[in-house]
Design a protein around this ligand. Structure first.
Ligand SMILES: *[C@@H]1O[C@H](CO)[C@@H](O)[C@H](O)[C@H]1NC(C)=O
Ligand SMILES: *[C@@H]1O[C@H](CO)[C@@H](O)[C@H](O)[C@H]1NC(C)=O
Length: 388
């Protein structure tokens, strides 16, 4: 597909918008992104923390992570940019720097955004998992820790409550996704579905209380993502592989009960967001439907240039190319030639191409509610569909 006239016109208009808006910060648009979450959103925090503590091996610190866009590993769990990167670029903002060890470190950089997300982080505190015999070998960071860092950041960056309020009022808060790991560790360590289901209301409560706290500090616009469909994830598909064909969705090959689980989390989250909107009528709390934005890729892969939906691009073999003993980046793993034709990057995380389509679905398509202010979207994240 070439550079069509339609694209050219859109691009031209975008350029005009950018030029016209330079006097005032694009009327009603955002000056910064402040984000929380896990490996879906981490732009380099875990890699930095592990270096400082000289603790543990971080998978995303070695090639082929980062190969497509950055051409070197950055700590992002993908071959390139993440959802947060595409959101920032679409809004005309710089890529959001990690709180720890950012390239433009120092308080001044926070004016344009700061990312507290840490790969492996959970919504619940570490003790919740240790009490239940669940191990998080990746990090002990929880959403509560990320909120604490946020408060420390405010006290050095904007200092007075009124200045911090001003900063937060002109920022978009990206709250997640978070909670995915709370379930990942439990499920992939053999805990029964009934037990993991009982975590969901607790996870939602933590997310809600974090949102309440952020609003207290002045946050006005929050994007709160739901979880991605775990039933389509190569790591889950290998772990829960079964000969019972009726467990699989015949159209996508995803495992139904696992996707039902994700939908259960997402439904409780949306109910809680409705409640929060009533409590805070002057804030804009936007639900970002990562689940359905991703599901359309699994349902109609050809429309988006994907040839392989359920196998990881990078992995150590097996029916879904996802093997916990030969993970992406290890010597036993291989990487596909064309990551943009795969949805899954490493069995647990998606490719840059998949993330780009998800963001297109959020910012241009129907997958946010209420809609994100279209005037603030300066460019469309969509990937060009590769020639076939
Ligand atoms: C996490 O672990 C690090 C290093 O092992 C320790 O310094 C830190 O206090 C721990 N944090 C929490 C919240 O337990
Ligand atoms: C196969 O899976 C279906 C759907 O989950 C279930 O109802 C059925 O009992 C399973 N059959 C066997 C033999 O386990």
């Amino acid at each position: 597909m070439g550079f069509s006239l339609g694209t050219a016109i859109t691009y031209y208009c975008i350029v005009l918008v950018v030029f016209e808006s330079t006097g005032h910060v694009a009327g009603g648009c955002y000056k910064a992104i402040v984000s929380f979450g896990d490996s879906v959103t981490d732009t380099g925090n875990l890699i930095h923390k592990s270096k400082v503590l000289s603790k543990g091996f971080v998978k995303s610190s070695v090639p082929p992570y980062g190969e497509t866009f950055f051409h070197h590993p950055t700590g992002r769990y993908s071959d390139g940019r993440l959802i947060i990167d595409f959101i920032a670029q679409s809004m005309g903002l710089p890529l959001v720097q990690p709180y720890f060890g950012g390239e433009r470190n120092g308080d001044r950089s926070f004016a344009e955004g700061v990312n507290f997300a840490v790969a492996g982080a959970t919504a619940m505190d570490m003790s919740f998992f240790t009490e239940r015999g669940i191990i998080n070998s990746c990090t002990n960071v929880s959403l509560g820790n990320e909120l604490d860092w946020f408060k420390q950041m405010l006290s050095s960056f904007c200092q007075t409550p009124s200045r911090c309020k001003e900063y937060l009022e002109s920022s978009v808060i990206l709250m997640g996704e978070i909670g995915g790991n709370d379930y990942n560790y439990a499920f992939l360590q053999g805990h029964p579905k009934e037990e993991v289901m009982s975590f969901v209301p607790k996870v939602i409560t933590v997310i809600a209380s974090t949102i309440n706290e952020l609003i207290k500090y002045g946050a006005q616009i929050l994007i709160v993502p739901g979880n991605l469909p775990i039933g389509c994830s190569p790591s889950y598909l290998s772990y829960f592989m079964t000969s019972n064909a009726s467990e699989y969705d015949p159209q996508t090959g995803c495992i139904n009960w696992l996707n039902d689980f994700t939908e259960y989390h997402n439904e409780l989250l949306q109910k809680e967001l409705n409640h929060l909107r009533e409590l805070h009528p002057h804030t804009r709390i936007i639900y970002a439907d990562y689940y359905n934005a991703a599901m359309r890729l699994y349902r109609s892969p050809n429309n988006y240039g994907f040839e392989n939906t359920l196998e990881a691009c990078c992995g150590g073999g097996g029916p879904y190319n996802s093997n916990p003993h030969a993970y992406c980046g290890s010597q036993l793993s291989t990487v596909c030639d064309s990551p943009s034709s795969y949805i899954s990057w490493d069995g647990m995380h998606l490719t840059e191409a998949a993330y780009q389509w998800i963001v297109d679905g959020l910012l241009i398509g129907p997958f946010t509610s209420p809609k994100i202010n279209g005037e603030c979207i300066l460019s469309r994240p969509k990937t060009k569909i590769p020639d076939s």
